[in-house]
Design a protein around this ligand. Structure first.
Ligand SMILES: NC(=O)c1ccc[n+]([C@@H]2O[C@H](COP(=O)([O-])OP(=O)(O)OC[C@H]3O[C@@H](n4cnc5c(N)ncnc54)[C@H](O)[C@@H]3O)[C@@H](O)[C@H]2O)c1
Length: 255
């Protein structure tokens, strides 16, 4: 990917930037001129993202932070604003999940998935948004999923969290439309990242139910870069008319 200046002067905060889709997104924003603030639970993951951005000549500031920890999130946003004066683009990509039968899903795991995938984006948005309102073209891109648009067996908590994230985003899009801030979701299908090893079904899971979430071309997997490209499009001025959208990127699973 050649360098460009599409996001020069923009401050872009990406959560989940230590791996997979968040990392590819941070790398691409940096490659297109943005000052990137990378947030992740994993210091090791962040260090790897930092190295690859530095190799490409980009600008990255990394914070190890749990997006469910309110005071840690507040601290990261305050440091970002102290350093750069505001935030132009927020990408909430941090997320967790795993394939689990409903009868085996504990309340603790249900709460953890909802907390990371839904309360995490709420918290980061809650503290970042006031610093976005004065920035022309400011917008939020949340990483939902095709699991936010249709049910998937063995995935109840994840489906609930991603559907919640989607309608949270739509409500924000409406509430802030007159103040010039857009909010959209990207809804990926299967993308080869470390997360997907958690979704390998066990032998007893019903294959016809699993097939319901498979692409029409068998065995097709996306790359993190496919989703990063869509996120950058949504965040760009070319998408200025797109607000409250759920952009599906899934090789046709939901077609
Ligand atoms: N991979 C897919 O097939 C797929 C499909 C649809 C949606 N998604 C969504 O895309 C997003 C990125 O997932 P990925 O596939 O790149 O997975 P990944 O596991 O490669 O990356 C997720 C990152 O989030 C970080 N994270 C987890 N909990 C966190 C927390 N509490 N605070 C801060 N960071 C935290 C992890 O450390 C990790 O670096 C997730 O929201 C996921 O639900 C993924």
């Amino acid at each position: 990917m050649d360098r460009s200046e599409r996001f020069a002067t923009k401050v872009v905060l990406v959560t989940g930037a230590g791996s997979g889709i968040g990392r590819a997104t941070a790398e691409r924003f940096a490659n297109e001129g943005a000052q990137v603030v990378a947030v992740d639970l994993s210091p090791q993951g962040l260090a790897e993202t930092e190295q690859s951005v530095a190799r490409a000549g980009g600008k990255l500031l990394a914070f190890a932070c749990d997006v469910t920890d309110e005071s840690a999130v507040r601290d990261v946003i305050n440091k970002t604003v102290d350093q750069f004066g505001g935030i132009d683009v927020l990408v909430n990509a941090a997320g967790i999940g795993r394939a689990v039968r409903f009868e085996e899903l504990t309340f603790g795991e249900w709460e953890r998935i909802l907390r990371v995938n839904l309360s995490g984006p709420f918290l980061v948005t809650r503290y970042a948004l006031p610093h976005m309102l004065s920035r022309p073209g400011a917008n939020i891109v949340n990483v939902s999923s095709i699991a936010g648009l249709r049910g998937q067996a063995y995935n109840t908590a994840y489906c609930a969290s991603k559907a919640g994230l989607l309608n949270f985003t739509r409500a924000l899009a409406l509430e802030f439309a007159t103040r010039g801030l857009r909010a959209n979701c990207v809804c990926p299908g299967g993308v080869k990242t470390p997360l997907v090893k958690n979704f390998v079904p066990d032998a007893g899971m019903e294959s016809h139910l699993l097939a319901y979430a498979m692409p029409p071309v068998p065995g097709k997997w996306g790359k993190p870069e496919d989703i990063a490209a869509t996120i950058l499009f949504l965040a760009s001025e070319e998408a200025r008319m797109i607000n409250g959208a759920a952009l599906v990127v899934d090789f046709g699973v939901l077609a």
